[in-house]
Design a protein around this ligand. Sequence first.
Ligand code: GLN
Length: 572
Amino acid sequence: MSRQVWRDCFPLVTIPALDFTMKNHKYIFVIGGVMSGVGKGIATSSIGALLQAKGFTVNLMKVDPYLNVDAGTMNPTEHGEVFVLDSGLETDQDMGNYERFLNRDLASDDYMTSGMVYKHVIDKERALGYKGKFVEAIPHVTNEISRRFVRAAEVSKSDISVIEIGGTIGDYQNILFIEAARVLKLKNPGDVLFFLVSYLPVPGTIGEMKTRPTQNAVRMLNSYGVQPDVIIARGPVALDQKRKEKIGFSCSIPANQIISAPDIESVYDVPLNFEKDGLSQIMLRLLSLKQSSRKDGLLTWKKFVHSVRSAKKTAHIAIVGKYFDTGDFVLSDAYISVIEAVKYAAYTVGAIPKLAWLNAKDFENGSTSVEELKQYDGIIVPGGFGETGIEGKLKVIQYARENKIPYFGLCYGMQLAVVEYARNVLGLKDANTTEINPKTPHPVIDIMPEQKKHMADGNYGATMRLGAYPANLKEGTIARFAYGKPKISERHRHRYEVNPQYVKKIEKEGLVFSGTSPNGVLMEIAELPREIHPFFLGTQFHPEFKARPLSPHPLFVEFVKVAVEGSHKATE
Ligand code: GLN
């Protein structure tokens, strides 16, 4: 038998060699069982928030099993929102949840997809990086995965990494990630924990919570050589002691390491709910860690949760977008950061956010009249791409401007506000963005010069203007007032910009570019002065990516505050 054939018969016999050290770092791997969509991301975020509250530095990491090299080229109706980090990496929306719960920025190293890993391994092989050896899923791919686990910990200088492995047990796609985590634990048994986020259904016909799917999920995980240390038992109701013991007995897990996680109203209650079953203490005990001196690290979190409950007024905000319809369902996932940003702003001003989803296409084809917009306290046109619903969005913006309804445009929403202004105030009838009409006589929004080549080459992945860029704010403007400082940094994701040739003409007619790139070339914020409109403002960047429960975004706060004050309604 040739060596090649012999190896093919025993593809798994190679003992993985780990070429890195862990330096006392702790890892918690979060894996999903039974089914998807049960809140693994929020569980991971909450675990991170709890450990941080105990005084540890934590980095949260998302592992996505798909082959896309990043999330940037995926359609939001398929994938949900593409979240952007400071570094410019386009990621899964879970990274947004992590940053919101931790109240801090995460790094590119905190995210990986199978595509990234394979690409690295294959590029290395092509460059003779494996010195002529066979390159195989195990150990080369798993070693690359482990290297990334360790590098994320080093880059973030954290004490603990909490790593969410995307997908569900039994998926073919995530096996190598689980295998890499298994080996990490094998080499460092006291430093690595496995959490299983499971689901316990209560079938309507029986009315009893069933533990079997969870038992089966644990067995399947066992078949990978992994025993969970903790089970997060998601379900429609709380898990009782009897069933905890049943799962504990059949799965060899102490019943007190099974955490009841029933459905609750707000995701922000999840960390506090985990604490009811003593999760922090369980983690510290299993990882042999001692709590630092801080007394109640969750105090500010509790205050935030209290502000959610004590809100009295309502902020009725319409979001006019296009990434809503998937089959018979309306999907708000594509705008999750926008939704969360509105929520934090509303709680800050003591209001309950009530969001309405309006499809731009309905305004375009006339099935919804712009008059309907009167009932809302404020209107947001969020980011977007392409021509669907554009004329509808323009009608909405014109109505908001003319009727003094607070308007907040995010990226595309800012560009379209400029187009609307050019058409209806400057009288440039066919003004447009060249994204929609490359031949427009008035390209008030135009492709950035460096983007032209990417488009011509069909080079779409990670080529937009991405990530954090600084901007300067003009004195005496709403933006300058809201931020309370002259210099800001915000995250971007776009290919088009306000055409510099039109800036002066537009400003002459009253629209103010209150934020610009430090060299003054790129227009980052457009707004109407307060005397003309209570709040008509758009940002070229995405402020929603930096909005967090414990540090709400100043522009969202100002927008919602003005919306709730409702001067446009009083003057009717
Ligand atoms: N499509 C616009 C651009 O590429 C806006 C992008 C966005 O809203 N994120 O510039």
